[in-house]
Design a protein around this ligand. Structure first.
Ligand code: FPP
Length: 253
């Protein structure tokens, strides 16, 4: 069933020689799904899937940088993920720290800029400290933007944007008739980031799960049944190949 989204057997491509370097997506966003199922299939606790998922991130960041992708947004924790059992949430909240502890020197060296999209308030202090250090240490890097969507939910983001816009109107800084797409975009948590050109979701689920509802308006979507911990550079390459074959019309003809 998923074959209609792709042109060849999943993961079959090799390297990136077959990609058109002039048509690399500027911004790729990924819903990294299937960690729990990956672990269950192996008789392991769910957290083992998240740990493996973190290792996949390392490979995809490297590949994104090599390909010249400007922004990679990874949906790491949604505003709805707090509903999970506490030990799983606690583990997920330790992952940014773990990841950055081992990867920050390399990211700095490779000119990667780390960012977070989401609400920091509800995050534990240890998570905030780790991500703030990474943001600070890499803020002058102008290579790949590695953007973690952490405690992110698109509806919450839109509500917050509406409140901000309303406050500006209330203070006389903005007139209602002046509100346009730019006004809304600039008040979203993604701020100055361009909209994703390509959205990838793993694990066979075909839904957005409250992810970047505004920003994905004209993005190309690529779904795979591969579970995130099994996702490889070849799958990533394949997604970009499929993207390069799409004709983007933005509502035109
Ligand atoms: C969804 O799979 C995955 C998540 C909610 C967490 C994703 C997190 C990572 C891949 C690691 C994050 C690492 C850093 C550095 C921030 P699921 O658990 O819903 O899988 P399931 O649908 O099979 O249960």
């Amino acid at each position: 069933m998923l074959k209609k989204w792709t042109n060849r057997k999943e993961g079959e491509t090799n390297g990136s020689l077959d990609l058109d370097p002039r048509n690399i997506p500027n911004h790729v966003a990924i819903i990294m799904d299937g960690n729990g199922r990956w672990a269950k299939k192996r008789g392991l606790p769910r957290i083992a899937g998240h740990r493996e998922g973190m290792n996949v991130i390392k490979k995809i960041v490297k590949k994104s940088n090599q390909l010249g992708i400007r922004t990679l947004t990874l949906y790491a924790f949604s505003t709805e993920n707090w509903k999970r059992p506490k030990p799983e949430v606690d583990f997920l909240m330790r992952l940014p720290e773990r990841f950055l502890k081992s990867e920050l020197p390399k990211l700095t060296e490779e000119n990667v800029q780390v960012r977070i999209t989401g609400s920091k308030e509800a995050l534990p202090t240890h998570t905030i400290n780790a991500v703030e250090k990474a943001i600070e240490d890499t803020k002058n890097n102008d290579g790949l933007i590695l953007n973690f969507a952490l405690n992110y939910g698109s509806r919450h983001e839109m509500i917050e944007a509406m409140k901000q816009v309303y406050k500006e109107i209330d203070r006389g800084r903005l007139a209602v008739d002046e509100i346009d797409e730019k006004t809304v975009s600039s008040h979203l948590m993604t701020g100055d980031l361009s909209d994703p050109d390509l959205l990838i979701r793993t694990s066979g689920e075909i839904r957005l799960s409250n992810f970047m509802l505004w920003q994905l308006a004209y993005s190309e979507f690529w779904f795979t049944e591969t579970l995130w911990p099994d996702f490889t550079e070849n799958h990533f390459n394949e997604a970009i190949q499929v993207y390069q074959k799409r004709i983007r019309r933005y509502g035109g003809v």
